[in-house]
Design a protein around this ligand. Structure first.
Ligand code: NAP
Length: 250
């Protein structure tokens, strides 16, 4: 078998689910590229990269870019290609929320969430796909959400962006399948990260009641599914939406 060193790009890889994904893929032996957005997250991204290099003997790269910006993503992808020559796994994980009721939601509140979550996923797909097509192999894993399937009051912007990711995933799976590229989505339920930290105790208890497994999920639960979809064992799975939600959707 050909001995190829595989490379994974994880957007929003500096914290939360993204950091868990980066860590899991590094432990699987991938060279990892950690994308982050804010200046304030640079240090955390660099620390994580150093730890993973030490722990797993892999190579890493930290790249700051706004996934919502087509040209910044183009530049980011070009610098990965320059350094490693390939991209085997793309995890579109970067995402934001700006919740509010639809009657009060501003255009900017809607657009910023859709541009980052859905636009960012498109931008990365757009620039990484040609590299994977040339390689005749690749795995694209898009982090959607259970609310993209079922909806959620107060999140028309976020749930629209996450539903859009599911449509994008299925269409890209059809386009790219003949080139040995799989495209799948993961729809996490409620996972304990900074994004869900603002829930108060009452909201938390009400939420937990709706989850068959009776607990919130952990970032590692999502990371394990990404690792599976990136593995050889998942080579015949494409265009799917994998729920990692403790049974909240049952
Ligand atoms: P988080 O802790 O808030 O992390 C979000 C990440 O996205 C950060 O690394 C952030 O980078 C990055 N990001 C935000 N805007 C970006 C941009 N324009 N360009 C590049 N990176 C950007 O969130 P999380 O809970 O880990 O969520 C990760 C993904 O899972 C998101 O797509 C989220 O929608 C999805 N998800 C989460 C849950 C949940 O319950 N937590 C459930 C379903 C789906 P900076 O720190 O540099 O800003």
């Amino acid at each position: 078998m050909e001995d190829i060193q595989k490379v994974a790009l994880v957007t929003g890889g500096n914290q939360g689910i993204g950091a868990a994904v980066v860590t899991k893929l590094a432990s699987d032996g991938f060279f990892v590229v950690i994308n982050h957005h804010s200046d304030s997250s640079k240090q955390a991204a660099e620390q994580l990269a150093e730890t993973l290099e030490r722990e797993y003997g892999i190579e890493t790269m930290v790249l700051q870019a706004d996934v919502a910006d087509f040209d910044q993503v183009k530049e980011m992808v070009a610098s990965i290609k320059d350094r490693f020559g390939r991209i085997d796994v793309l995890v579109n994980n970067a995402g934001i929320t700006r919740d509010g009721l639809v009657m009060r939601m501003g255009a900017d509140q809607f657009e910023s969430v859709v541009d980052t979550n859905l636009g960012g996923t498109f931008n990365c797909l757009r620039h990484v796909a040609p590299i994977m097509v040339k390689q005749r192999s690749g795995r694209i894993i898009n982090i959607s959400s259970v609310v993209g399937v079922y909806g959620n009051a107060g999140q028309v912007n976020y749930s629209a962006s996450k539903a859009g990711i599911i449509g994008l995933t299925k269409s890209a799976a059809k386009e790219l399948g003949s080139r040995n590229i799989t495209v799948n989505a993961i729809a996490p339920g409620f996972i304990e990260t900074a994004m869900t930290a603002q829930l108060d105790e009452k909201a938390n208890a009400a939420l937990t009641d709706r989850i068959a497994l009776n607990r919130l999920g952990q970032a590692d639960d999502v990371a394990a599914s990404v690792s599976f979809l990136a593995s050889d064992d998942a080579s015949y799975i494409t265009g799917q939406v994998l729920g990692v939600d403790g049974g909240i959707s049952l």
